[in-house]
Ligand binder design. Structure first.
Ligand SMILES: [Zn+2]
Length: 313
């Protein structure tokens, strides 16, 4: 029997200031062992400067009035396009390990500090299948995004993969930013602006957001890293007493569920990289349902077949 196609819609490459070194060799091992055929790879949210690993490219602080101040550690005078260098660097790492068919680079954007021109230029430069916004790393939430940026995002018409998060009673700056990046506000952002939205982390089990995903064609949900999400009930919106993947199966139509690993946040109970995501998924979904999650849904949502056709012609 032919092996089924597996697409990982969301994983990271790069050394993160707060996390581990998400390196391409380890990811390729993971691909091999999980049978992943196509991977969408994006920079880690807190990419360090390779020459000085105690510093990252881009930082923010919150003052006592909850205003955010942006800063850069790489000597950039103007805080414009803070991820430009990171994108360039990670795109190179990926392309030197490619198979363009297999590893697809997804640029990170900053929806406040990027210029509209920069965001437009990403399409010519990288021809990406999607863009990524990590609001927590950016120090912003969906309600902070201005009209000029929304306009270019609509022109580009690319799906946008967003980090979703939650905190019940935010106190610290990072908790406030997590709360701002709640799945419901992101879903409403995509609905109101008619953009294609990929909500990561199972929408943190937010039943209200699941209802919106049910109703609106432009919304889908990424489920990874399923083991870590299962383990973090404090960051669930609705603390339902059920297994995480069981909730996903109960609450979402099959066409809206996307498989993603979220390497290197895909850790097991001993903080080792987890190699069991496909196997666990197979316990909850089989046959045609599983096929849709692993390949048909992302092929449709990201327009992978049309792209192939266009690239050949
Ligand atoms: Zn991510």
């Amino acid at each position: 029997m032919k092996k089924e196609l597996i697409i990982d819609c969301h994983s990271h490459i790069g050394k993160d200031y707060y996390w581990r070194d998400a390196n391409i060799d380890e990811y390729k091992q993971l691909m091999e062992s999980q049978g992943i055929d196509i991977a969408f790879l994006m920079p880690v949210p807190g990419q360090v400067i390779p020459a000085s690993p105690d510093k990252r490219y881009f930082i923010w602080q919150m003052d006592e009035n909850m205003n955010i101040h942006f800063n850069s550690e790489d000597g950039l005078k103007e805080m414009k396009n803070p991820y430009a260098k990171v994108n360039e660097y990670i795109a190179k790492v990926i392309s030197s390990n490619n198979g363009k068919e297999k590893l697809k680079f997804i640029p990170l954007i900053h929806p406040i500090l990027d210029t509209p021109e920069y965001i437009v230029s990403l399409k010519d430069h990288y021809n990406p299948v999607a863009l990524k916004i990590h609001g927590v790393a950016c120090g912003i939430g969906p309600k902070d995004i201005g009209k000029d940026i929304i306009k270019v995002l609509r022109q580009l018409d690319l799906p946008i993969i967003v980090h979703t998060d939650y905190c019940e009673n935010p106190r610290t700056p990072i908790e406030h930013i997590r709360r701002k990046n709640n799945p419901y506000d992101w879903a409403m952002f995509f609905i109101e602006n008619d953009l294609k939205g990929y909500l990561t982390h199972g929408c943190r089990n937010d039943l209200k957001t699941f209802k919106l995903v049910y109703k609106y064609d432009n919304l889908v949900v990424g489920i990874g890293p399923d083991l870590k999400i299962s383990n973090e009930r404090q960051r669930w919106v609705d603390k339902i007493d059920m297994e995480y993947l069981d909730i996903i199966r109960n609450e979402l139509p099959i066409d809206k569920i996307m498989f993603d690993i979220d390497y290197s946040w895909n850790i097991d109970y001993n903080n080792n990289i987890d190699y069991g995501a496909v196997e666990r998924l197979s316990k909850y979904f089989q046959g045609e349902e599983k096929r849709r999650i692993l390949s048909k849904n992302p092929e449709r949502f990201f327009g992978l077949k049309e792209r192939k056709y266009n690239e050949k012609n």
